[in-house]
Design a protein around this ligand. Structure first.
Ligand code: ACO
Length: 326
């Protein structure tokens, strides 16, 4: 039976760092408030001329190099993003062209912060069914361009960056054990970008310029995120007949330290088993899990045979998990 195995990871981040102290000069906030409510200390912000594809391509090249895979051998490219370079064509097609991955079918997935897990789940299905042998899955965002830098409720949370993974067909039992993805469209208005789509088109003079920024009911999102991420994590554990204590490393979506701590407590996972880097990057939406996975991989936090649990939640609502034997 074919299984899907992650053979390379990569990530890329803008050079510019925006600290909590910098933000305190822009809106009425403080390092103390941001740190205690979110755990975030700083985030990366794109420079002029840097786009979602800029970081996605860099992260992809690093993952390809680690996997020792040539771009022309890829047959699938999936990009999770809510900040594509353009409404169309898909940014995945731009990435395909830049990489020279001419044989790959390429498309974007819109699942907000769950975009990488959704992409991983699709790639896993393609590989298990024999439709793909070498896939590239990316999560990449330039959220700084859809954040209202005057709104202290949201601007402190987000950052830019990209992470990528190469997924290859394999005959052995290691690799992606299972993926579990969920949607709850009843709550879409709790977290969304009102403008730029067909309801509030950019070209319509009646469209409120503020509608181009992220809108969020933070308290409500928080409660749903904890519940959804717990449900997704339990789905992975139950499907594989294992307990949380069997997990070597838990890599949750990096949105908020309090959300991560609440889930770790519900799963009874010690701090040593939970990967956290949100203090350095903030919430990079679909990029957060692949950036964390790449850091854990390159820093030796993941060893062959380890059982890794990925867990995400985002706008839509979307949520999901993936269990991987490394
Ligand atoms: N600095 C100082 N004060 C602030 C700031 C700020 N940056 N932002 C809000 N406040 C104020 C509010 O105005 C409010 O003041 P008031 O009581 O005078 O009205 C007070 O702080 C409390 O505001 P709350 O919104 O209740 O603060 P809360 O403790 O809920 O924290 C937060 C807000 C951090 C957004 C939290 O709700 C949260 O993390 N929610 C999850 C949202 C999230 O992570 N979204 C990311 C996308 S979804 C995802 O990735 C899972």
């Amino acid at each position: 039976m074919l299984t899907a195995k992650i053979t390379g990871t990569g990530s890329a981040l803008p050079a510019k760092i925006l600290t909590n102290a910098d933000l305190a000069l822009m809106v009425d906030t403080s390092d103390e408030w941001i740190t205690s409510r979110t755990g975030i200390k700083e985030r990366r912000i794109s420079a002029d001329g840097e786009y979602t594809s800029t970081f996605a391509i860099e992260a992809a090249r690093r993952a390809l190099a680690m996997a020792n895979v040539l771009p022309e051998d890829l047959d699938l490219i999936i990009l999770g993003t809510v900040t594509p370079d353009f409404p169309f064509p898909s940014t995945a097609c731009i990435i395909q062209n830049e990489l020279g991955a001419h044989k790959a079918v390429a498309f974007d997935v819109s699942a907000a912060c769950s975009g990488f897990i959704y992409g991983l789940s699709i790639a896993d299905s393609f590989i298990r069914s024999g439709r793909s042998r070498k896939a590239l899955v990316i999560g990449a965002e330039v959220l700084s361009r859809i954040v209202d830098w005057k709104d202290r409720n949201t601007c402190i949370l987000f950052g830019d960056g990209a992470g990528a993974a190469i997924i290859e067909a394999s005959g052995d039992q290691d690799g992606i054990r299972s993926t579990h993805i969920f949607s709850n469209g009843a709550c879409w208005e709790l977290l969304y970008q009102p403008g730029s789509g067909s309801r509030n088109p950019a070209a319509n003079p009646a469209t409120d310029p503020a509608s181009f920024f992220i809108r969020m009911e933070g308290n409500e999102v928080y409660k749903h995120a904890v519940r959804g991420m717990e449900e997704a994590a339990m789905a992975a554990l139950d499907a594989n007949g294992i307990n949380a204590s069997d997990i070597s490393l838990f890599i949750p979506h990096q949105a908020n330290r309090r959300i991560i701590d609440a889930i770790a407590k519900r799963l009874d996972l010690g701090a040593d088993k939970v990967f956290i880097n949100l203090h350095r990057y903030g919430n990079t939406s679909s990029a957060s899990i692949p950036i964390a996975l790449d850091e854990a991989n390159r820093n030796g936090r993941i060893k062959p045979g380890d059982l890794i649990l990925l867990d995400a939640f985002g706008g839509g609502f979307t949520y999901g998990s993936a269990l991987i034997r490394w």
